[in-house]
Design a protein around this ligand. Sequence first.
Ligand code: NAD
Ligand code: UDP
Length: 338
Amino acid sequence: MANVLLTGGAGYIGSHTAVALAERGHQVVILDNFRNSQRDVPDRLLRLTGKSFPVIEADIRDTAACSAALAAHPVDAVIHFAALKAVGESEADPLLYYDMNIIGTIRLLEAMQAQNIRRIVFSSSATVYGQPDTSPILENFPTRVQSIYGRTKLVMENLITDLARTGKLLAAANLRYVNPVGAHPSAVIGETPTGVPNNLMPFMCQVATGQREFLSVFGNDYNTPDGTGVRDYIHVVDLANAHALALEYLLANDVAVTVNLGTGIGISVLDLVNAFEKTTGRAVPYKIMPRRPGDVASYFANPGAAEKLFGWKAALNVDDMCRDSWTWEAKRAGINDV
Ligand code: NAD
Ligand code: UDP
Protein backbone atom coordinates (compact mmCIF):
# COMPACT_ATOMS: atom_id res chain seq x y z
CA MET A 1 0.00 0.00 0.00
CA ALA A 2 1.22 3.48 -0.82
CA ASN A 3 1.88 6.78 0.94
CA VAL A 4 0.26 9.59 -1.03
CA LEU A 5 0.26 13.38 -0.75
CA LEU A 6 -2.93 15.08 -1.90
CA THR A 7 -2.49 18.73 -2.79
CA GLY A 8 -5.90 20.36 -2.43
CA GLY A 9 -6.93 17.33 -0.40
CA ALA A 10 -9.41 19.32 1.69
CA GLY A 11 -11.36 20.35 -1.42
CA TYR A 12 -14.37 18.76 -3.06
CA ILE A 13 -12.75 16.04 -5.17
CA GLY A 14 -9.64 15.76 -2.97
CA SER A 15 -11.61 14.98 0.20
CA HIS A 16 -13.62 12.24 -1.53
CA THR A 17 -10.38 10.83 -2.93
CA ALA A 18 -8.86 10.79 0.56
CA VAL A 19 -11.76 8.54 1.63
CA ALA A 20 -11.38 6.27 -1.42
CA LEU A 21 -7.64 5.91 -0.80
CA ALA A 22 -8.09 5.21 2.91
CA GLU A 23 -10.71 2.57 2.11
CA ARG A 24 -8.13 0.82 -0.09
CA GLY A 25 -5.52 0.91 2.67
CA HIS A 26 -3.36 3.79 1.44
CA GLN A 27 -1.82 6.37 3.78
CA VAL A 28 -2.90 9.92 2.96
CA VAL A 29 -1.23 13.25 3.71
CA ILE A 30 -3.13 16.43 2.85
CA LEU A 31 -1.53 19.70 1.77
CA ASP A 32 -3.96 22.59 1.34
CA ASN A 33 -4.00 26.34 1.91
CA PHE A 34 -7.77 26.20 2.66
CA ARG A 35 -8.41 29.00 0.19
CA ASN A 36 -11.47 27.16 -1.13
CA SER A 37 -12.19 24.56 1.52
CA GLN A 38 -13.53 24.31 5.03
CA ARG A 39 -11.19 23.90 7.99
CA ASP A 40 -13.35 21.16 9.49
CA VAL A 41 -12.82 18.82 6.51
CA PRO A 42 -10.03 16.85 8.27
CA ASP A 43 -12.38 16.26 11.24
CA ARG A 44 -15.08 15.11 8.86
CA LEU A 45 -12.64 12.73 7.19
CA LEU A 46 -11.75 11.33 10.61
CA ARG A 47 -15.45 10.78 11.31
CA LEU A 48 -15.92 9.00 8.00
CA THR A 49 -12.80 6.85 7.89
CA GLY A 50 -11.71 6.56 11.52
CA LYS A 51 -8.32 7.82 10.34
CA SER A 52 -6.56 11.03 11.20
CA PHE A 53 -4.67 12.25 8.13
CA PRO A 54 -1.66 14.54 8.62
CA VAL A 55 -2.63 17.98 7.29
CA ILE A 56 -0.07 20.54 6.15
CA GLU A 57 -1.40 24.04 5.71
CA ALA A 58 0.71 25.40 2.86
CA ASP A 59 0.51 26.96 -0.55
CA ILE A 60 1.81 24.88 -3.46
CA ARG A 61 3.64 27.99 -4.70
CA ASP A 62 5.86 27.77 -1.62
CA THR A 63 8.56 25.31 -2.75
CA ALA A 64 10.24 25.34 0.66
CA ALA A 65 6.99 24.45 2.42
CA CYS A 66 6.24 21.71 -0.13
CA SER A 67 9.78 20.32 0.19
CA ALA A 68 9.53 20.35 3.98
CA ALA A 69 6.18 18.58 3.79
CA LEU A 70 7.55 15.92 1.46
CA ALA A 71 10.69 15.51 3.58
CA ALA A 72 8.61 15.06 6.74
CA HIS A 73 6.17 12.69 5.02
CA PRO A 74 8.03 10.60 2.44
CA VAL A 75 5.44 9.59 -0.15
CA ASP A 76 5.38 7.31 -3.16
CA ALA A 77 3.27 9.66 -5.25
CA VAL A 78 1.40 12.95 -5.36
CA ILE A 79 -2.18 13.48 -6.47
CA HIS A 80 -2.34 17.11 -7.51
CA PHE A 81 -5.77 18.72 -7.07
CA ALA A 82 -4.78 22.18 -5.78
CA ALA A 83 -5.82 24.81 -8.30
CA LEU A 84 -8.26 27.58 -8.95
CA LYS A 85 -11.11 26.37 -11.15
CA ALA A 86 -13.57 29.13 -12.01
CA VAL A 87 -13.70 29.93 -15.73
CA GLY A 88 -15.17 33.43 -15.24
CA GLU A 89 -12.65 34.35 -12.57
CA SER A 90 -9.81 33.16 -14.82
CA GLU A 91 -10.95 35.53 -17.56
CA ALA A 92 -11.22 38.38 -15.04
CA ASP A 93 -7.83 37.77 -13.43
CA PRO A 94 -5.51 35.88 -15.80
CA LEU A 95 -2.35 36.48 -13.77
CA LEU A 96 -3.92 34.98 -10.67
CA TYR A 97 -4.69 31.80 -12.62
CA TYR A 98 -1.28 31.58 -14.27
CA ASP A 99 0.31 32.12 -10.87
CA MET A 100 -1.78 29.71 -8.80
CA ASN A 101 -2.11 26.96 -11.36
CA ILE A 102 1.02 27.07 -13.50
CA ILE A 103 3.61 28.60 -11.17
CA GLY A 104 2.09 26.56 -8.34
CA THR A 105 2.49 23.34 -10.31
CA ILE A 106 6.09 24.21 -11.25
CA ARG A 107 6.93 24.85 -7.58
CA LEU A 108 5.31 21.58 -6.55
CA LEU A 109 7.18 19.66 -9.26
CA GLU A 110 10.43 21.27 -8.08
CA ALA A 111 9.76 20.12 -4.53
CA MET A 112 8.92 16.63 -5.80
CA GLN A 113 12.13 16.54 -7.82
CA ALA A 114 14.16 17.65 -4.79
CA GLN A 115 12.71 14.75 -2.78
CA ASN A 116 12.96 12.30 -5.70
CA ILE A 117 9.19 11.73 -5.85
CA ARG A 118 8.51 10.74 -9.42
CA ARG A 119 4.88 9.71 -9.71
CA ILE A 120 1.97 12.10 -10.11
CA VAL A 121 -1.75 11.95 -10.81
CA PHE A 122 -2.99 15.29 -12.13
CA SER A 123 -6.50 16.82 -12.14
CA SER A 124 -7.07 17.99 -15.67
CA SER A 125 -10.40 18.69 -17.26
CA ALA A 126 -12.42 17.84 -20.35
CA THR A 127 -12.58 21.61 -20.82
CA VAL A 128 -9.30 21.23 -22.75
CA TYR A 129 -11.36 19.80 -25.65
CA GLY A 130 -13.49 22.97 -25.94
CA GLN A 131 -16.37 22.24 -28.32
CA PRO A 132 -15.48 18.84 -29.80
CA ASP A 133 -16.66 18.07 -33.33
CA THR A 134 -18.34 14.91 -32.06
CA SER A 135 -18.98 13.00 -28.85
CA PRO A 136 -18.04 10.64 -27.27
CA ILE A 137 -14.68 12.38 -26.92
CA LEU A 138 -11.52 10.33 -27.25
CA GLU A 139 -8.21 11.39 -25.72
CA ASN A 140 -6.65 11.94 -29.15
CA PHE A 141 -9.24 14.58 -30.10
CA PRO A 142 -7.71 18.04 -30.70
CA THR A 143 -7.45 20.34 -27.70
CA ARG A 144 -9.18 23.69 -28.21
CA VAL A 145 -9.07 25.61 -24.97
CA GLN A 146 -11.63 28.39 -24.72
CA SER A 147 -10.72 29.98 -21.40
CA ILE A 148 -7.68 30.94 -19.38
CA TYR A 149 -8.63 28.26 -16.86
CA GLY A 150 -8.59 25.69 -19.68
CA ARG A 151 -5.27 27.00 -20.94
CA THR A 152 -3.69 26.60 -17.49
CA LYS A 153 -4.87 22.97 -17.43
CA LEU A 154 -3.31 22.30 -20.82
CA VAL A 155 -0.01 23.95 -19.83
CA MET A 156 0.10 21.89 -16.64
CA GLU A 157 -0.62 18.70 -18.60
CA ASN A 158 2.21 19.57 -21.00
CA LEU A 159 4.60 20.31 -18.13
CA ILE A 160 3.92 16.90 -16.62
CA THR A 161 4.14 15.09 -19.96
CA ASP A 162 7.47 16.79 -20.72
CA LEU A 163 8.90 15.81 -17.35
CA ALA A 164 7.84 12.22 -17.97
CA ARG A 165 9.27 12.28 -21.52
CA THR A 166 12.63 13.49 -20.21
CA GLY A 167 12.72 10.95 -17.37
CA LYS A 168 12.28 13.47 -14.55
CA LEU A 169 9.00 11.79 -13.73
CA LEU A 170 8.65 8.03 -13.88
CA ALA A 171 4.88 7.79 -14.08
CA ALA A 172 2.15 10.34 -14.65
CA ALA A 173 -1.56 10.43 -15.38
CA ASN A 174 -3.35 13.49 -16.70
CA LEU A 175 -6.98 12.82 -15.83
CA ARG A 176 -9.49 14.78 -17.89
CA TYR A 177 -12.67 14.95 -15.83
CA VAL A 178 -16.12 15.71 -17.13
CA ASN A 179 -18.65 17.38 -14.76
CA PRO A 180 -18.32 16.12 -11.18
CA VAL A 181 -21.50 16.23 -9.07
CA GLY A 182 -22.86 14.51 -5.97
CA ALA A 183 -21.43 14.00 -2.53
CA HIS A 184 -20.47 11.15 -0.25
CA PRO A 185 -23.72 9.26 0.52
CA SER A 186 -23.14 9.85 4.25
CA ALA A 187 -23.50 13.61 3.57
CA VAL A 188 -20.49 14.14 5.83
CA ILE A 189 -18.45 15.63 2.97
CA GLY A 190 -19.53 17.35 -0.23
CA GLU A 191 -19.08 20.52 -2.23
CA THR A 192 -19.41 23.85 -0.43
CA PRO A 193 -19.71 26.54 -3.08
CA THR A 194 -19.63 30.08 -1.74
CA GLY A 195 -22.04 32.69 -3.09
CA VAL A 196 -24.29 31.94 -6.03
CA PRO A 197 -23.32 28.58 -7.57
CA ASN A 198 -22.33 28.70 -11.24
CA ASN A 199 -22.85 25.01 -11.85
CA LEU A 200 -26.15 23.38 -12.64
CA MET A 201 -26.42 20.76 -9.89
CA PRO A 202 -25.61 22.98 -6.88
CA PHE A 203 -27.85 25.72 -8.26
CA MET A 204 -30.70 23.25 -8.79
CA CYS A 205 -30.27 21.96 -5.21
CA GLN A 206 -30.57 25.51 -3.89
CA VAL A 207 -33.78 26.02 -5.90
CA ALA A 208 -35.11 22.83 -4.31
CA THR A 209 -34.24 24.06 -0.80
CA GLY A 210 -36.07 27.31 -1.53
CA GLN A 211 -32.90 29.43 -1.33
CA ARG A 212 -33.38 30.41 -4.99
CA GLU A 213 -36.68 31.04 -6.73
CA PHE A 214 -36.10 29.25 -10.02
CA LEU A 215 -33.45 27.66 -12.20
CA SER A 216 -32.44 29.56 -15.32
CA VAL A 217 -32.05 27.03 -18.13
CA PHE A 218 -29.45 28.61 -20.36
CA GLY A 219 -30.82 28.04 -23.87
CA ASN A 220 -33.25 25.50 -25.35
CA ASP A 221 -32.27 26.04 -28.98
CA TYR A 222 -29.08 23.99 -29.10
CA ASN A 223 -28.71 21.21 -31.61
CA THR A 224 -29.42 18.55 -28.97
CA PRO A 225 -32.41 16.19 -28.53
CA ASP A 226 -34.39 18.61 -26.30
CA GLY A 227 -32.51 21.80 -27.22
CA THR A 228 -30.78 22.18 -23.83
CA GLY A 229 -27.06 21.67 -23.19
CA VAL A 230 -25.79 18.11 -22.88
CA ARG A 231 -23.02 17.13 -20.47
CA ASP A 232 -21.46 14.01 -19.01
CA TYR A 233 -22.04 14.20 -15.23
CA ILE A 234 -19.96 11.94 -13.01
CA HIS A 235 -20.56 11.10 -9.35
CA VAL A 236 -17.68 12.39 -7.22
CA VAL A 237 -17.40 9.02 -5.46
CA ASP A 238 -16.81 7.34 -8.84
CA LEU A 239 -14.27 10.02 -9.67
CA ALA A 240 -12.51 9.49 -6.33
CA ASN A 241 -12.32 5.74 -6.93
CA ALA A 242 -10.81 6.42 -10.35
CA HIS A 243 -7.97 8.33 -8.66
CA ALA A 244 -7.22 5.42 -6.37
CA LEU A 245 -7.09 3.04 -9.34
CA ALA A 246 -5.01 5.47 -11.41
CA LEU A 247 -2.55 5.75 -8.54
CA GLU A 248 -2.27 1.98 -8.28
CA TYR A 249 -1.75 1.78 -12.04
CA LEU A 250 1.12 4.30 -11.83
CA LEU A 251 2.73 2.43 -8.94
CA ALA A 252 2.86 -0.66 -11.16
CA ASN A 253 3.68 0.96 -14.53
CA ASP A 254 6.32 3.55 -15.47
CA VAL A 255 4.23 5.34 -18.06
CA ALA A 256 2.66 8.72 -18.82
CA VAL A 257 -1.00 8.58 -19.81
CA THR A 258 -3.81 11.01 -20.55
CA VAL A 259 -7.19 9.57 -19.72
CA ASN A 260 -10.80 10.76 -19.78
CA LEU A 261 -12.93 10.20 -16.69
CA GLY A 262 -16.63 10.23 -17.46
CA THR A 263 -19.64 7.96 -17.67
CA GLY A 264 -19.95 8.17 -21.45
CA ILE A 265 -23.59 9.21 -21.11
CA GLY A 266 -24.86 12.61 -22.29
CA ILE A 267 -27.52 14.19 -20.04
CA SER A 268 -29.38 17.37 -20.96
CA VAL A 269 -30.29 20.14 -18.53
CA LEU A 270 -33.94 19.08 -18.65
CA ASP A 271 -33.00 15.39 -18.22
CA LEU A 272 -31.19 16.37 -15.03
CA VAL A 273 -34.10 18.48 -13.77
CA ASN A 274 -36.50 15.57 -14.40
CA ALA A 275 -34.21 13.02 -12.72
CA PHE A 276 -33.79 15.35 -9.74
CA GLU A 277 -37.53 15.89 -9.30
CA LYS A 278 -38.24 12.17 -9.62
CA THR A 279 -35.47 11.08 -7.24
CA THR A 280 -35.92 13.70 -4.54
CA GLY A 281 -39.65 14.44 -4.78
CA ARG A 282 -38.78 18.15 -4.80
CA ALA A 283 -39.98 20.59 -7.45
CA VAL A 284 -37.44 22.55 -9.46
CA PRO A 285 -39.24 25.48 -11.09
CA TYR A 286 -37.31 26.71 -14.11
CA LYS A 287 -37.40 29.36 -16.81
CA ILE A 288 -35.85 29.16 -20.24
CA MET A 289 -33.32 31.95 -20.58
CA PRO A 290 -30.85 32.97 -23.30
CA ARG A 291 -27.75 30.87 -23.85
CA ARG A 292 -24.88 31.50 -21.41
CA PRO A 293 -21.92 33.02 -23.30
CA GLY A 294 -19.10 30.55 -23.82
CA ASP A 295 -21.23 27.41 -23.28
CA VAL A 296 -20.82 24.53 -25.70
CA ALA A 297 -23.87 22.59 -26.90
CA SER A 298 -22.88 19.08 -26.04
CA TYR A 299 -20.11 16.84 -24.91
CA PHE A 300 -19.62 13.48 -23.27
CA ALA A 301 -16.51 11.40 -22.86
CA ASN A 302 -15.46 7.99 -24.06
CA PRO A 303 -14.24 6.41 -20.79
CA GLY A 304 -12.86 3.28 -22.50
CA ALA A 305 -9.19 4.06 -21.81
CA ALA A 306 -9.84 4.35 -18.06
CA GLU A 307 -11.48 0.95 -18.09
CA LYS A 308 -8.71 -0.61 -20.15
CA LEU A 309 -5.80 0.89 -18.18
CA PHE A 310 -7.13 1.30 -14.63
CA GLY A 311 -9.97 -1.24 -14.64
CA TRP A 312 -12.30 1.62 -13.72
CA LYS A 313 -15.85 2.25 -14.82
CA ALA A 314 -18.44 4.60 -13.36
CA ALA A 315 -20.83 2.63 -11.13
CA LEU A 316 -23.27 5.34 -10.03
CA ASN A 317 -26.06 6.71 -12.19
CA VAL A 318 -27.85 10.02 -12.54
CA ASP A 319 -30.37 9.13 -9.83
CA ASP A 320 -27.52 8.45 -7.39
CA MET A 321 -25.99 11.80 -8.36
CA CYS A 322 -29.25 13.68 -7.72
CA ARG A 323 -30.01 11.86 -4.47
CA ASP A 324 -26.56 12.40 -2.94
CA SER A 325 -26.30 16.02 -4.12
CA TRP A 326 -29.70 16.72 -2.59
CA THR A 327 -29.01 14.97 0.73
CA TRP A 328 -25.84 17.00 1.15
CA GLU A 329 -27.37 20.33 0.18
CA ALA A 330 -30.52 19.74 2.24
CA LYS A 331 -28.39 18.98 5.29
CA ARG A 332 -26.39 22.17 4.72
CA ALA A 333 -29.64 24.10 4.45
CA GLY A 334 -30.90 22.56 7.70
CA ILE A 335 -33.77 20.66 6.07
CA ASN A 336 -34.49 17.64 8.24
CA ASP A 337 -37.05 15.68 6.25
CA VAL A 338 -34.62 13.99 3.86
P1 NAD B 1 -11.82 22.69 -4.82
O1 NAD B 1 -11.66 24.15 -4.92
O2 NAD B 1 -12.94 22.16 -3.98
O3 NAD B 1 -10.47 22.02 -4.31
C1 NAD B 1 -9.21 22.58 -4.56
C2 NAD B 1 -8.46 22.62 -3.25
O4 NAD B 1 -7.17 23.17 -3.50
C3 NAD B 1 -9.13 23.52 -2.21
O5 NAD B 1 -9.18 22.83 -0.97
C4 NAD B 1 -8.22 24.75 -2.14
O6 NAD B 1 -8.22 25.33 -0.84
C5 NAD B 1 -6.88 24.15 -2.51
N1 NAD B 1 -5.97 25.10 -3.14
C6 NAD B 1 -6.22 25.98 -4.14
N2 NAD B 1 -5.10 26.66 -4.45
C7 NAD B 1 -4.12 26.19 -3.64
C8 NAD B 1 -2.75 26.51 -3.49
N3 NAD B 1 -2.16 27.45 -4.22
N4 NAD B 1 -2.04 25.83 -2.57
C9 NAD B 1 -2.61 24.87 -1.79
N5 NAD B 1 -3.92 24.55 -1.89
C10 NAD B 1 -4.66 25.20 -2.80
O7 NAD B 1 -11.94 22.12 -6.30
P2 NAD B 1 -12.32 20.67 -6.82
O8 NAD B 1 -13.63 20.77 -7.50
O9 NAD B 1 -12.10 19.66 -5.77
O10 NAD B 1 -11.23 20.51 -7.97
C11 NAD B 1 -10.01 19.82 -7.76
C12 NAD B 1 -9.22 19.82 -9.04
O11 NAD B 1 -10.00 19.23 -10.07
C13 NAD B 1 -8.84 21.22 -9.53
O12 NAD B 1 -7.53 21.15 -10.06
C14 NAD B 1 -9.85 21.47 -10.63
O13 NAD B 1 -9.34 22.35 -11.61
C15 NAD B 1 -10.03 20.08 -11.20
N6 NAD B 1 -11.32 19.92 -11.89
C16 NAD B 1 -12.47 20.22 -11.22
C17 NAD B 1 -13.69 20.10 -11.88
C18 NAD B 1 -14.97 20.48 -11.18
O14 NAD B 1 -15.95 20.76 -11.87
N7 NAD B 1 -15.04 20.46 -9.84
C19 NAD B 1 -13.73 19.65 -13.21
C20 NAD B 1 -12.53 19.31 -13.85
C21 NAD B 1 -11.32 19.46 -13.17
N1 UDP C 1 -26.78 25.44 -16.82
C1 UDP C 1 -28.04 25.98 -16.77
N2 UDP C 1 -28.37 26.77 -15.69
C2 UDP C 1 -27.50 27.01 -14.66
C3 UDP C 1 -26.21 26.43 -14.73
C4 UDP C 1 -25.87 25.65 -15.84
O1 UDP C 1 -28.86 25.79 -17.67
O2 UDP C 1 -27.84 27.73 -13.73
C5 UDP C 1 -26.42 24.57 -17.97
C6 UDP C 1 -25.24 25.05 -18.78
O3 UDP C 1 -25.65 25.92 -19.80
C7 UDP C 1 -24.68 23.72 -19.31
C8 UDP C 1 -25.01 22.71 -18.20
O4 UDP C 1 -26.06 23.31 -17.44
O5 UDP C 1 -25.40 23.32 -20.46
C9 UDP C 1 -23.84 22.42 -17.28
O6 UDP C 1 -23.32 23.64 -16.80
P1 UDP C 1 -22.27 23.68 -15.60
O7 UDP C 1 -21.99 25.13 -15.30
O8 UDP C 1 -22.76 22.84 -14.47
O9 UDP C 1 -20.99 22.95 -16.19
P2 UDP C 1 -20.08 23.30 -17.46
O10 UDP C 1 -20.21 22.13 -18.37
O11 UDP C 1 -20.55 24.56 -18.07
O12 UDP C 1 -18.72 23.42 -16.88
